[in-house]
Write a new protein. Sequence first.
Length: 232
Amino acid sequence: MNSIERYYIWFTIHITHEYYDNENCPIVLAPSRETILFFRRNRIIYKMTEQNKWILLAQSEDFIMDTTDTLCFEMIPQDNIFYYVTELPQQAGTENYILEKNSAVGKWMNVLIPSGSINEEIDIKLESKLKYWEFIIIPRYTANNANLRIEEKRDRIKFGDIEETQFPRVGKAFRVSTVEKNKAKETQDYVIRLYEIRNNRERLLSGNIPQPRPDEPSITQPGDTVTTYFYI
């Protein structure tokens, strides 16, 4: 940039995601080839200024696109977990932008910004998927006729009944899942405890069972359930 040239903030784009802590969403927002050519013709500067925040600079405070122009940015995830935790947008966008599916390998969505709908700040909010949590408890040291009870320490999650089942290469196991779906979060503060009941007395088997990872789908219900396997 020439030292005598002055640039003004045209607008900014900011992406937030419910799943990731500290707005650390692993995504790149890359202008399409046509948009890069538009930037060159109009001497627009495009760069990332903060995590998940991009800025566009123009040489005029009153820069306006032609009515036929539309900016296109490709959303490129940098982490495979992104696909497991990100809910597909239910709406095509807002008055400021439009989201459309990008079918190219390694790309997720296109962000389209038409002429006449540009605000100083464009905020794109991505939501986390909701999933049931399933726990497969595999008896290794506990008696085969054990009665089990599972709970969340502060009773913030409700569980269905524990049922006995069979799993390939595992054999006998116990299965229990949450009554309601939970929103995926990078850091969860739930504490899941498991007890064994014998002779009307309870014995703590685990004070904090690992919670299901978002990339561990259930064998029987992969579409809406994630699973963790726990040996006792």
